[in-house]
Write a protein that binds this ligand. Structure first.
Ligand code: 5RP
Length: 231
């Protein structure tokens, strides 16, 4: 597959994606992530399918569904499967415990449900996504619109300052017809505690902290990949 014309970040994304697709086996049900890194995995999956690999895939967003269908990948709705063998998805940050911040593309609700259904959650990333401590990237919080003010107040009680994500001057609307608040909690010392606290707030559909969900992170670094396995 062509990699020569890519800048270093895209090269790292692509080589991580190419490494990740090696985990897919014939007859697997495969979750397909969302974002610019997942794009390279979807492209590679399409190539494998063209070459005879028999799989069915579950997309994590409308965008991924359209892309995958256009590349000839057979799709299932997440509601049609009870187990997904492997999912390949991106992340905005990952730490040494393989905890993640996701949702930069606003797809983290479906990504989280699919991660919960998945036996092996493989995260692919360029090297800029590796952090000592999560939190430089604001935590995306998907909110039912009518609960916006309430959720903002509750986030403030957790020291989270958040603004509604905008796109072209209007609020960004998710595939599930909701808003996103990008919430700044500073550096997150206890992701599992913050995740639990956010889970308790009514009106939040899903937040972008993925704690104990990744099985493997494959990071592109220069021309090579580094694989981190959950211990
Ligand atoms: C979308 C996501 C993406 O996986 C995350 O934002 C990383 O995106 P990219 O690969 O474009 O950097 O969580 O909701």
């Amino acid at each position: 597959m062509e990699t020569q014309s890519l800048d270093i970040k895209d090269l790292e994304k692509k080589i991580a994606a190419l490494e990740a697709v090696k985990y897919i086996k014939n007859n697997d049900v495969v979750g397909l992530g969302t974002g610019s890194t997942a794009f390279f995995a979807i492209e590679a999956v399409a190539e494998l399918v063209k070459n005879g690999l028999m799989i069915k895939c579950v997309p994590t967003s409308e965008h991924t569904a359209k892309l995958a269908a256009s590349l000839g990948i057979a799709l299932l709705d997440m509601d049609e499967v009870s187990v997904i063998d492997i999912t390949i998805d991106g992340a905005d940050e990952f730490d040494g415990d393989l905890n993640l911040i996701k949702g930069g593309g606003g797809a983290h609700f479906r990504e989280k449900i699919i991660a919960c259904l998945t036996k092996k959650e493989v995260i692919i990333a360029d090297s800029a996504k590796q952090v000592e401590r999560l939190g430089k990237f604001k935590v995306p919080v998907e909110v039912v619109p009518m609960a916006l003010n309430y959720v903002k107040q509750e986030l403030r009680k957790l020291n989270g300052l958040g603004e509604v994500r905008m796109k072209n001057g209007t609020p960004f609307i998710t595939d599930n017809h909701n808003y996103i608040i990008d919430a700044d909690f500073g550096f997150i010392t206890h992701p599992e505690v913050l995740s639990e606290n956010l889970n308790q707030i009514e009106g939040i559909l899903a937040h972008g902290l993925f704690v104990n969900m990744a099985s493997v992170v494959i990071m592109g670094k220069g021309n090579e990949t580094v694989t981190f396995n959950r211990s």
